[in-house]
Design a protein around this ligand. Structure first.
Ligand code: ATP
Ligand code: ZN
Ligand code: MG
Length: 501
């Protein structure tokens, strides 16, 4: 690693009659602090010009030049203040040249914001940055750029590779009543109705089925495991997604949340008038009158629960903490991916979150799977399977190499066969829910502690109700006569179809 920083310290007034060399006498010690002997940062050039001190600072692996700059600033500030009543107004950097080694050669060129130039020679990367301000230097953005370049190169290696998927359990093959597309059939019969983008109205029959499924989850999973219900916000602010890790990706799938700049009706009069006169809502004008996004609509359901425990220490009696939420929809911009009720932009999900010591979290994960098996085998009588997949956060954050060998930390996807899509072997099965052991990711991100220095883990399982409905109708059809007895008993009399003239 080799760093060369050309930078300046800017003073509150010109340094006349100041003996800068004597003020900097202690600098080599300061720039050496924390590094093996002789391997700290060095001042290569130094020139005083009126109110600025121009410096060229170099270093290797230890003491980055930008850190060195702030050490020098502190050193000078106290001396200048005491002796000459001069302050240091600002720091800036004209150029920052960084050379470092990569673990593997990039497969193709890459771009990164803030870089004036980026060049690769084999496993060597040369990065040039220009015109950097104090904030950028102080926040250590330079080191984050180096990490990001490494991450982008790693990504080139697993791009295009299939997501890790390993079958861990499969039900027996079952006979299905038909091979029709559930969305199409339910739409024809008025059970459901498409509204705008990836959003559906569920009529009385579809709703009764969904609510019966929800009750099955309550009776057969949540009550037996003593899970308490909570209400989690559905508008999620950036602070939450920064801590949950979602702020590192997601952006293309968020429905953004923008409050108005003002609630004063006067400020909105033109919008109202335009609508009243033209019958059109002036969306461009609205855009001018709303603030920057403060976050987005619920994406993964559990992150906005975490502020409830953030910064707290959980007592042994409180663990494992078990809560679930079914208080509203999640929204994702699925773009072209929208597909009947199977892939929608606004969906209904029950999510169950648990937090505890690692063995408690593992144990609960196993118990949850046992309860699910009972529901899908005995009550809904589905043809389904479970697969161990790369956890979402590992896939999205380039941590693939860390995938847990023992398959304890990770995600289990529950998939069902949809006869309308083709043969079992060649068609894509539908992931209708998942259950994850997320390891220490959330407790770390939200700073949740246990007694002493004991490590905490967490897990979550998201039950997608549109997908349950889709799987059930795809395998069992729409005639209650063909539905499994256990389910028929729970749903009771199905509401009448609504006929339109
Ligand atoms: P997919 O690979 O199908 O896009 P995902 O990996 O994005 O799913 P997760 O983030 O794991 O899904 O979300 C958990 C559960 O939420 C899914 O198993 C599914 O039941 C539900 N879900 C996710 N996205 C949608 C969607 N667009 N429409 C309906 N349900 C969804
Ligand atoms: Zn979750
Ligand atoms: Mg998805």
């Amino acid at each position: 690693m080799k760093f060369t920083l050309e930078c300046s310290l800017i003073f509150s007034k010109p340094l006349k009659d100041v003996d800068i060399d004597s003020l900097l006498q202690g600098s080599s010690d300061v720039l050496q602090r924390g590094a093996p002997k002789g391997q700290g940062a060095r001042i290569q050039k130094l020139q005083l010009k009126d109110d600025r001190l121009e410096l060229t600072i170099t270093s290797g692996r230890y003491v980055r030049p930008h850190d060195a700059l702030f050490r020098l600033k502190n050193l000078l500030a106290s001396e200048l203040g005491k002796k000459y009543h001069i302050g240091i107004r600002d720091t800036e950097a004209k150029s920052y040249l960084i050379e470092f080694e990569l673990e593997c050669e990039p497969k193709k060129d890459l771009e990164i914001i803030y870089a004036k130039k980026i060049d690769f020679k084999g496993k060597n990367c040369i990065l040039l940055l220009e015109d950097l301000d104090e904030g950028f230097l102080k926040k250590n953005c330079v080191d984050r750029m180096i990490s990001l370049i490494k991450e982008k190169i790693q990504k080139q290696y697993y791009e295009g590779k299939e997501e890790y998927w390993e079958l861990i359990w499969s039900s027996i093959e079952k006979k299905h009543v038909w091979s029709k597309n559930p969305t199409e059939v339910m739409e024809e019969r008025g059970w459901i109705m498409h509204r705008g983008r990836g959003q559906w109205i569920f009529g009385p029959i579809a709703t009764r089925i969904i609510k019966t499924m929800e009750q099955i989850v309550v009776d057969e999973l949540l009550k037996p495991l003593s899970v308490d219900e909570v209400i989690i916000p559905k508008a999620v602010t950036w602070d939450v997604w920064k801590k949950s890790g979602h702020a590192k990706n997601l952006y293309g799938e968020i429905y953004y949340l923008c409050p108005p700049k003002s609630r004063d009706p006067k400020q909105w009069e033109d919008v109202v008038d335009i609508y009243k006169i033209t019958g059109e809502v002036p969306t461009k004008l609205i855009k001018e009158k709303i603030k920057d996004p403060i976050g987005g609509m619920s994406y993964a359901q559990c992150p906005p629960f975490w502020p409830y425990v953030a910064g707290k220490t959980l007592s042994d009696e409180a663990m494992p903490l078990k809560v679930f939420d079914r208080s509203g929809t999640s929204m994702r911009y699925e773009s072209g991916g929208i597909h009947g009720i199977e892939r929608v932009d606004e969906f209904h999900r029950i999510e169950f979150v648990w937090i505890g010591y690692p063995d408690q979290v593992k144990k609960l994960h196993k118990e949850i799977i046992k309860h699910y098996k009972h529901i899908f085998n005995e009550i809904l009588d589905l043809e389904w399977r479970m697969a161990f997949v790369t956890p979402w956060f590992m896939a999205q954050e380039g941590l693939l190499d860390l995938a847990d060998e023992k398959k304890e930390i990770g995600t289990i996807d529950f998939e069902a066969y949809l006869p309308y899509r083709g043969t079992r072997k060649d068609s894509e099965w539908l992931e209708f829910q998942n259950a994850s052991n997320n390891g220490d990711k959330y407790p770390k991100g939200f700073n949740v502690k246990a007694k002493g220095s004991n490590e905490l883990y967490s897990g979550c399982t998201g039950i997608g109700l549109e997908r349950w409905l889709s799987v059930f109708i795809a395998q069992k059809g729409i005639d209650p006569e063909n539905w499994p007895k256990e389910f028929r008993e729970r749903i009771g009399t199905v509401p009448n179809e609504i006929r339109f003239l």
